[in-house]
Ligand binder design. Structure first.
Ligand code: KG4
Ligand code: ZN
Length: 342
């Protein structure tokens, strides 16, 4: 091991995934994610149960990440962790763990903004994965956020537009709940949509500012539509599940694409990236690939494992801060509300 070898541990615990990752000079050596199945039973994340599950998972997850990377604690140069935004009880588990580990090893601590990390996942060293050049636009779509961000440098980001109510992941999950599908329903809507007709049913798109989003009206429209259909056909969902899922997905993805088009027109920036859990969606990936041909955009789509919450994105963000020697004091605290531009 030479002095140029930088090994960092990343820890993510902002919501319902406990994750740890080891990064070596920008390359991911391990990325362990423990999902919390407990929430499926309740149809959404229960904060109290999430923090308890993080407590149970964090030691084995960190242990596994080091083991898979083939290194020991003493080889680490710094500990990076998510300081926010997220659920306070969840963030506190990762924050306290990271602080204690850094203190006991006598190495620096690096706090990472979870929303910036989703975007910075694009800078993980990967073969055959091109990195977006600055400036680029990033559509950050997750269970908690929906934003169009202008990225001028690793840590220089500006929000151009965002949701005024529900996040797009919530729109997927709440629609799925109406259909009686388990939480999180986004991936299931994606799966069933593959077999359905996206034009079978129409839902109106909301009217908001050109780069802003609104999804709460769509959820209500879907609920009323289903209730109306069930009055004449109680088996409506069962008999039309694939078409309903395809139509919901088509509406949501069309809204996302419209807004990105507006942002490209407004800024003149044609480098478009996506990030966050919903960027795993197959339809948004397909439409962006098509836009490369049809509109001459360059699109950057993260590897599947770096879309939903993971510690690899925390580790790469920490690495970029490490290169600037941007370390945090042990007095650093978890912040439930933190914007991408802070
Ligand atoms: O980024 P993420 O893991 O957690 C947050 O920070 O919120 O995003 C989770 C969200 C959930 O709403 C989930 O349903 C959605 O991402 N999601 C998807 C797909 N995979 C995950 N939504 C649509 N299609 C998918 N394939
Ligand atoms: Zn996230």
């Amino acid at each position: 091991m030479s002095n140029n070898d930088i090994y960092l541990l990343g820890i993510e615990s902002s919501c319902d995934d406990t994750s740890a990752s080891v990064i070596h000079n920008g390359k991911i050596l391990s990325n362990i994610v423990a999902n919390q199945e407990i929430h499926a039973k309740y149809g959404g994340v229960v904060p109290e149960l999430a923090s308890r599950a993080h407590q149970q998972h964090i030691v084995p997850v960190v242990h596994q990440a080091l083991k898979e990377a083939g290194i020991e604690k003493k080889d680490l140069n710094a500990i990076c962790f998510t300081s926010g935004p997220g659920l306070m009880g969840s963030l506190l588990v990762g924050t306290s763990f990271a602080k204690s580990m850094a203190l006991s090893l006598g190495i620096p601590l690096i706090e990472v903004n979870h929303m910036q990390a989703h975007i910075l996942a694009h800078f993980i060293e990967e073969e055959e994965q091109k990195k977006p050049p600055f400036p680029f636009l990033c559509l950050t779509i997750s269970g908690g956020h929906t934003q169009i961000v202008k990225v001028e440098d690793y840590f220089k980001m500006t929000i151009l537009g965002e949701t005024i109510d529900d996040a797009v992941g919530e729109a997927f999950d709440k629609s799925a709940k109406i259909l009686g599908l388990p939480y999180p329903g986004g991936p299931l809507i994606d799966k069933y949509a593959q077999k359905g007709n996206p034009k079978a049913f129409r839902f109106t798109k909301p009217k908001v500012n050109p780069m802003d989003f609104s999804f709460s009206g769509l959820k209500t429209a879907i609920l009323y539509f289903i209730q109306k259909q069930q009055k004449t056909n109680p088996k409506f969902i069962e008999e039309n599940l694939f078409d309903i899922c395809a139509s919901i997905q088509n509406t949501i993805v069309s809204i996302l694409m419209d807004k990105v088009k507006n942002a490209v027109e407004e800024t003149g920036i044609k480098h478009v990236a996506i990030a966050g859990g919903v960027s795993a969606n197959s339809e948004i990936r397909k439409r962006l690939r098509a836009a490369e041909q049809q509109m001459n955009w360059s699109c950057y789509i993260p590897k599947f494992e770096y879309t939903t919450d993971n510690a690899a994105m925390i580790a790469i963000s920490g690495y970029l801060k490490y290169l600037k020697q941007d370390f945090s004091d042990v007095s650093v605290s978890a912040k439930a509300r933190l914007k991408v531009d802070h």
